[in-house]
Design a protein around this ligand. Structure first.
Ligand code: MBD
Ligand code: FE
Length: 296
């Protein structure tokens, strides 16, 4: 089909009316974004000669996969793209340095127990080795970050996260804690070794990954939020550098600088990892993004 079809008055008027451009009410920014998104979709339908059957197959995919949007978003690289966008905005603003950010993923749960440094994160029995992790959180001048809270969450040895575990076997905050740090910025914790995550077999994300000739696996990893007065909140994770999926993460969450290789002793592993924070330029920098998160 001639792509000029998109520019016909009938299609352009449809876009204007669909996005409410011809009405006074509503949110101007949302209207502009909606119009552009719809136009990109229309253009894709035209460019690829998408049939009615294919179109409704896609609609059904999203209807059936609605419960997996949190996985489809990182799996399609959109969540990582947002990191690249934020990195680029930082560069344009002259902001640099510090531990790289990387995706939060869909499996954080707010309200984890607030514990002292050195804590054990694992409440439930798990037949695997121990992970010990420690290091220091510093600021841009190498100064220790005072009074930080380190949020940590990771999977168990089956690759399942508490609160989202399909087996229902984990207690609510297993492998989830908020660790209260002191004046020296030093942290340490121990837990049971996580395994890599895989998307639910035959779920929407898995179906999509297979249709794209991809897979739905992540390397073993540990997630962090770090918040501290005067510093920019950091969302990041470390992925085990010696995991087979370390360079082949379906969620694109592995980044240079975030792939420490654990020191292994049998099933046990030790990771030394330091974090560096940027200073906050505004209150907004110090708080969490407005993303909706699970709570327990
Ligand atoms: C995870 O554990 C995860 O961290 C991401 C980003 C996506 C799916 C599962
Ligand atoms: Fe994860």
């Amino acid at each position: 089909m001639n792509s000029e079809f998109l520019n016909t008055p009938e299609v352009q008027t449809l876009l204007d009316r669909s996005a409410g451009i011809d009405k006074d009410g509503g949110d101007t920014r949302l209207k502009a974004i909606t119009r552009d998104l719809l136009e990109a979709l229309f253009a894709t339908i035209v460019k690829h000669d998408i049939t009615e059957s294919e179109f409704w197959q896609a609609v059904t995919f999203f209807q059936q996969g609605v419960g997996e949007f949190g996985l489809i978003v990182p799996g399609t690289g959109i969540e990582h793209f947002m990191d690249l966008v934020m990195d680029e905005r930082d560069r344009e603003a002259g902001l640099s340095g510090g531990t790289p950010r990387t995706i939060e993923g869909p499996l954080y749960v707010a309200g984890a127990p607030l514990v002292e440094n050195g804590a054990n994160l694992t409440t439930d029995p798990d037949d695997t080795g121990n992970l010990s992790m420690s290091g220091q959180i510093t600021g841009p001048d190498g100064e220790p970050v005072k009074d930080a809270i380190l949020h940590v969450w990771h999977a168990n040895s089956k690759g399942f996260y508490s609160h989202f575990d399909p087996t229902g076997e984990q207690t609510p905050f297993n492998n989830r804690r908020r660790i209260k740090l002191g004046d020296d910025g030093r942290y340490s914790f121990h837990s049971k070794m996580p395994n890599g995550y895989s998307v639910p077999p035959q779920g929407a994300t898995d179906v999509l990954m297979q249709a794209l000739g991809r897979h739905g696996n992540r390397p073993a990893h540990v997630h962090f939020f770090i918040e501290a007065p005067g510093y920019r909140t950091l969302t990041t994770q470390i992925n085990f550098g010696d995991d087979p999926f370390a360079r082949d993460d379906f969620a694109f969450g592995t980044r240079d600088g975030l792939l420490p290789v654990p020191e292994r002793d049998g099933d046990d592993a030790v990771i030394e990892f330091d974090f560096s924070l940027q200073r906050a330029a505004s209150h907004e920098d110090e708080v969490f993004s407005a993303r909706a998160r699970a709570e327990a």
